[in-house]
Design a protein around this ligand. Structure first.
Ligand code: CP
Ligand code: NVA
Length: 307
């Protein structure tokens, strides 16, 4: 049976293996020992939203593994409008060996995966950003070693990236503390699932409105934009709601002295994070971006059942 990655929950049983594989494949790549299992194969990438990292990392990564990646830009196929999700899935399955989909609506990603005959990878939707989370846990593992018992502090919006980090953190036995204003808290269903998984793994998930409480003695401090793609119309009210949720040096200094700063990027310097934190020696944001490619290469190998 083919395997998809829509939610981090889809890789619950082998998240750790995928992280280890990504680290191994990064090492192999640096030594010029890339494997090329996708020779003659095609990855079709559907984008309903802009992208720098996701597009480039998938395209370059698939190319390194011998395949060809095809980019479909926002508005190009108008999935669900010009043509049903079902029919797009069936048609693309005749051309592509794998599909990556960045969508507004997670229901469309699930629908595409349901009807496609090839693996579908979620390249970010309104609910999750699983590839980001795998790259993030890979980065944390590279810097901090075993993540069990470590504390990840999130400051900002209860959004797609946080959802994937909550689930992944719980699976890996990390404590995840998120500071989000009232009205911008994570999805209750995802939160409940993460809390349950964390309990099984001896860790703790908590939500607060106080950024200092979340960051206090944390190993990792994580920020993301206050205004996700699709939320632009709410810019004014969001900037008001998130006043006090900026990761600046004062807030970052509440974390452990060797804590690292992470951000999925794109960053809005001066909004959710200050320049001195972004550019600090303890910021790993560009290593994190680089790891997107290695993480996704491991994800694709794993979904294809190759390693
Ligand atoms: N972090 C991330 O997914 O970046 P892009 O939106 O540029 O792909
Ligand atoms: N939460 C952000 C992440 C961008 C990579 C968004 O959805 O726009």
């Amino acid at each position: 049976m083919k395997r998809d990655l829509i939610s981090v929950l889809d890789i619950k049983d082998d998240l750790k293996e995928i992280i280890d594989l990504a680290i191994a494949m990064k090492g192999e790549h640096k030594e010029g020992m890339d494997i090329v299992p996708f020779k003659g194969m095609t990855l079709v990438m559907i984008f309903e939203k802009p992208s720098l990292r996701t597009r480039v990392s998938f395209e370059v990564g698939f190319d390194q593994m011998g395949g060809t990646a095809l980019y479909l830009s926002p508005g190009e196929i108008q999935i669900g409008k010009r043509e049903s999700v079902h029919d797009v899935a069936k048609v693309l399955s005749r051309f592509a060996d794998m599909i990556m989909y960045r969508a507004f609506d997670s229901e469309n990603v699930r629908e595409l995966a349901k009807h496609a005959d090839v693996p579908v990878i979620n390249g970010l939707d309104n609910m999750e950003h699983p590839c980001q989370a795998v790259a993030d846990f890979m980065t944390m593992t590279k810097v901090k070693g075993d993540l069990k018992g470590r504390t990840l502090a999130w400051v900002g919006d209860g959004n797609n990236v946080l959802h994937s980090l909550l689930l992944g953190g719980a699976i890996l036995g990390m404590n995840v503390r998120a500071a989000c204003p009232e009205g911008y808290r994570p999805d209750p269903g995802i939160l409940e699932t993460a809390i349950k998984i964390a309990e099984e793994n001896g860790s703790k998930i908590s939500i607060t409105s106080d950024p200092v409480e979340a960051v206090n003695e944390a190993d990792v401090v994580y920020a993301d934009t206050f205004i996700s793609m699709g939320d632009e119309a709410e810019k004014e009210e969001r900037l008001k709601a998130f006043a006090g949720y900026q990761v600046n040096m004062e807030l970052f200094s509440k974390a452990k002295p060797d804590a690292i700063f992470m951000h999925c990027l794109p960053a809005h310097r001066g909004e959710e994070v200050t320049d001195d934190v972004m550019d600090s020696p303890r910021s790993v944001v560009f290593q994190e971006a680089e790891n997107r490619m290695h993480a996704q290469k491991a994800i694709m190998i794993r979904l294809a059942g190759l390693r």
